[in-house]
Each structure stands twice: as structure tokens, then as C-alpha cells.
Design a binder for this molecule. Structure first.
Ligand SMILES: C[S@@+](CC[C@H](N)C(=O)[O-])C[C@H]1O[C@@H](n2cnc3c(N)ncnc32)[C@H](O)[C@@H]1O
Length: 221
């Protein structure tokens, strides 16, 4: 879902890169399954970040069948660790990678991403957080020791998706409390993440209103 006025969204859609054949097939499958992929506007940012960090290693929290991973690969990333607790989605991701010949560049780990990250050493050049919204801040902290100076962490669904964006706006702009995690775990999770990455003195963050809204963060030295 897009967060911008329709004419601006049209402009961004029209200037976003075209899908490659595998991405087009994945987008069709996402449509068929009703599965939320990050989309080409945010995908272009992932590609750019992989290119500008000269990325060797990328880690994703929540990969589905690997659509977002293909944007990192388009940006020159050498390897992407994909995590997914839905076996069917991960198997589909492995099948896409084998069919289109990039299976040596992606690893699908089936299981809880928060456990998988503990089994990997850094450094990671780029990280995507796109799993359970209530666990975004925990994911950031789990991967933080595995970043290098200049690494970038991207979090999706900052401005739309399964969240109450109006409540989030009232929180950041007017200081209203967030809904409690019992009331609305997703909005609480995204709001807590935004607080976390915008308040910490050692983290620099920009929120970009592309796609579903992404937060792009890096650590100060
Ligand atoms: C929004 S989708 C990911 C889309 C993907 N990043 C893309 O753009 O192509 C979120 C995915 O995260 C998975 N997921 C949620 N929580 C997870 C967790 N703790 N560990 C692993 N996968 C998780 C869901 O099953 C779902 O497939």
C-alpha cells in the first residue's frame, strides 16, 4: 500500500526500475497469494543501498520467497541470508533462485529470524527488517553488534500495512502515548521502533515515504 498522494505515487511508480523476469514472476505470485512484497519503489532504495555500501553480505528478517533479496542482488550484493518461518514460502524462494540461477547467492533459513541471527557472525553491510512488527526494535538490537561502520538497516511498513498510522502520527507529532502492545501490537511495535532509531544518540535515521514507508538507519562511529 502506498502512503503518498496518488499523483506522487504514480510519479514514483513510473520512475521506479522495471522488474526483472524473476521479479515479475514473483510479483504475479504475490498478487495471487495476497502476499505483501516490498515493491519496486522501496526495492530501488534497497538496490541503491547495496550499491552504495558496496555490499558483500545482507541479512533479512522476514523474506517470504525472496523478492526483496533480488533487489539487493541487483545492487551487487554478493550474498543474502533470507529468513522465513513459513516453509512453503521459503521453498518457493529456493525454487525461484534455482530456476533463475542465483541459488549460490541466497541462503534460505527456515525458522524464527530472531534465532537465526544468533547463529550468524557479522559484519552485514545492509539489513532489512520486515518480519513481525512487534519485534522490530529487538531485531535492530540483535543485529547491531554485527554491523560495521557505514552499515545500513532498513525497516519496512513504517507508514502503512497492519498499523494504525493515525495513532503513530499522533504519537510522534503530538506526544500521545502509543496503543499498548495488548491493544495493538503492530502499531506499538512500529512506534517503538521509530522511537528507538530516532532517539538513540548513536543512530542516524531517515524515514522515506516510499512504498509502505521505510526507516533507513546507520550507526554513528
Ligand atoms: C512482509 S513479508 C516479507 C516480504 C519480503 N521482505 C519481500 O519484500 O519480498 C513478512 C514475512 O516475514 C515472515 N515472518 C514473520 N515473522 C517471522 C519471524 N520471526 N521469523 C521468520 N519469518 C518471519 C512472514 O511469514 C512473512 O513471510
Amino acid at each position: 500500500m502506498n502512503v503518498l498522494p496518488e499523483h506522487t505515487a504514480r510519479f514514483l511508480r513510473a520512475t521506479a526500475p522495471d522488474h526483472t523476469p524473476v521479479q515479475a514472476e514473483m510479483a504475479d505470485l504475490a498478487e495471487e497469494w495476497g502476499f505483501p512484497i516490498i515493491g519496486p519503489e522501496s526495492g530501488a532504495v534497497l538496490r541503491l543501498l547495496a550499491r552504495s555500501t558496496d555490499a558483500e553480505r545482507v541479512f533479512e528478517f522476514g523474506s517470504g520467497f525472496g523478492y526483496s533479496a533480488t533487489w539487493f542482488l541487483r545492487g551487487g550484493a554478493e550474498s543474502v541470508i533470507c529468513t522465513e518461518f513459513d516453509e512453503e514460502e521459503a521453498e518457493q524462494g529456493v525454487a525461484f533462485a534455482a530456476e533463475y540461477g542465483y541459488d549460490d547467492a541466497v541462503t534460505f533459513e527456515v525458522g524464527d529470524a530472531m534465532e537465526t541471527i544468533e547463529r550468524y557472525d557479522g559484519p552485514f553491510d545492509v539489513v532489512l527488517i520486515d518480519h513481525q512488527k512487534s519485534r522490530y526494535a529487538d531485531a535492530f538490537e540483535a543485529v547491531r553488534p554485527k554491523l560495521r561502520p557505514g552499515s545500513v538497516v532498513v525497516a519496512d511498513n513504517i507508514a502503512s500495512g497492519p498499523i494504525d498510522f493515525d495513532a503513530l502520527v499522533r504519537h510522534v507529532a503530538d506526544g500521545d502515548p502509543l496503543p499498548s502492545s495488548d491493544e495493538d501490537a503492530q502499531t506499538h511495535g512500529i512506534g517503538s521502533y521509530v522511537d528507538h532509531v530516532t532517539d538513540a544518540p548513536t543512530v542516524e535515521t531517515a524515514i522515506l515515504p516510499v512504498g509502505s514507508g521505510i526507516a533507513v538507519s546507520t550507526l554513528r562511529g
